[in-house]
Design a protein around this ligand. Structure first.
Ligand SMILES: Cc1cc2nc3c(=O)[nH]c(=O)nc-3n(C[C@H](O)[C@H](O)[C@H](O)COP(=O)(O)O)c2cc1C
Length: 200
């Protein structure tokens, strides 16, 4: 963690009390908090430690440029958030493998030999896991997060990720939820419906 890192919440707070936020107060979000999110999220596992998630934070006018690319029902939510994150995967994630996977010296070359669609599938899967880690890390540093899949990814990529090898997968509003900014918890599946234990 950085020296300015905020105090961290417990896993129980994060899982049991944390709620998706749809409307935010004006309380500012610091760059230290944004850095602390990634410092936590990066430690959770990805395939081959490839760490394909890339994050672009938007404030102020940059955030305004995002709003037309969100589905209509999502615009007001991002408009009220002090910071919005674009989560993307890097299709050229393999360039970092010599650093991230020194135990696998041929990894970069192997991925370079694959077609882009195969690299995309690999990157999207681990980046999606990392998106989940990112949401929970945001809560851990004391923020509320509002993940949103309702946006035009092609237009977001053109507006913010042109000239990069990144492709967006999720938009996450970040800030402190307003008093009326969350919804009551909807039911979850019970353990017996969602899981089973096999012994043979
Ligand atoms: C991948 C993903 C996509 C989502 N997309 C949207 C969205 O486009 N708009 C929206 O209002 N909420 C969206 N949500 C919010 C979910 O509906 C919300 O997290 C879920 O109902 C749980 O709510 P809770 O945290 O209050 O229990 C999305 C959440 C996730 C994880």
């Amino acid at each position: 963690m950085t020296t300015d890192a905020p105090a961290l919440l417990s896993a129980a707070d994060v899982f049991l009390d944390g709620h998706t936020a749809y409307h935010f107060t004006d309380a500012p979000v610091s760059d230290e908090q944004l850095a602390a999110i990634y410092e936590l999220a990066r430690m959770a596992p990805t395939a081959m430690n490839a760490s394909p998630l890339r994050v672009t934070y938007l404030r102020d006018e940059a955030k305004e440029r995002l709003l037309p690319h969100l589905s209509e029902g999502n615009r007001e939510k991002s408009a009220s958030a002090p910071v919005v994150a674009i989560l993307a995967y890097d299709v050229n994630f393999h360039e970092e493998l010599p650093t991230l996977a020194p135990h696998n010296p041929n990894a970069r070359e192997n991925f370079a030999g694959k077609d882009e669609a195969a690299r995309e599938r690999f990157a999207r899967f681990s980046a999606s896991l990392q998106a989940g880690y990112f949401i929970l890390a945001s809560r851990t540093v004391g923020l509320d997060a509002g993940p949103m899949g309702g946006f035009d990814a092609a237009r977001v990529d053109e507006e913010f990720l042109a000239g990069t090898s990144q492709r967006s997968i999720l938009v996450v509003n970040l800030g402190i939820a307003a008093e009326d900014g969350t919804r009551p918890r909807a039911p979850r599946l019970d353990v017996a419906t969602a899981t089973r234990v096999l012994t043979e």
